[in-house]
Ligand binder design. Structure first.
Ligand SMILES: [Fe+2]
Length: 171
């Protein structure tokens, strides 16, 4: 279950309904994906994609996504910090960033224009859709492990465009 933290409002949310409502108010879709088929978080990418195919197909139809894959990041992934350094500065993309956490943890910070920076700590079973153009940044927690389903409208469109604001340094 995700945890939402809005430091400038001194607000912390740990209830799925409240999280969904708050994130919707800043343009972010959040869902809980149930592990109905009891697939292991360490199953092959093919098995993971098959187990969640119903939800994936629904989301594809809704958002125009054409492909899905599974990304695996572990603490011993080569060049992990160099990889994370691409996502740690505030940026946006020309396409939606859609992630479903299967294992581990990923922390998104959303920086709505004119709104409060919102940290979303994503755990297994959490789906987030960060619409294209939304300012955000991403990091891991200290376990430095995440396995996630990703959906793409166009794989080549998923390049970070940096704002150079330096905002991430304050959070
Ligand atoms: Fe991103």
């Amino acid at each position: 279950m995700a945890i939402v933290n809005v430091p400038d409002k001194n607000l912390m949310l740990e209830n799925a309904g409240e999280i969904t409502k708050y994130l919707a108010s800043i343009g972010i879709d959040y869902e809980r994906w149930e592990n109905k088929q009891d697939v292991s978080p360490d199953a092959s990418a093919t098995e993971i994609l098959a187990a969640y195919s119903e939800e994936i197909e629904k989301l594809k139809a809704k958002g125009g996504y054409v492909t899905a894959d599974v990304i695996d990041i572990k603490s011993d992934t080569p060049n992990l910090d160099a990889m994370l350094d691409k996502f740690r500065p505030e940026h946006w993309h020309d396409e939606d960033e859609v992630r479903v956490i299967v294992k581990g943890c990923g922390i998104f910070h959303i920086a709505p224009v004119g709104g409060d920076v919102t940290a979303v700590k994503m755990m297994a079973g959490d789906m987030i859709r960060v619409p294209k153009g939304t300012r955000h940044w991403f990091d891991l927690d200290n376990t430095r492990t995440v396995r996630a389903i990703r959906l793409f409208q166009d794989v080549s469109g998923w390049t970070p465009i940096y704002t150079q604001s330096g905002l991430e340094k304050n959070y």
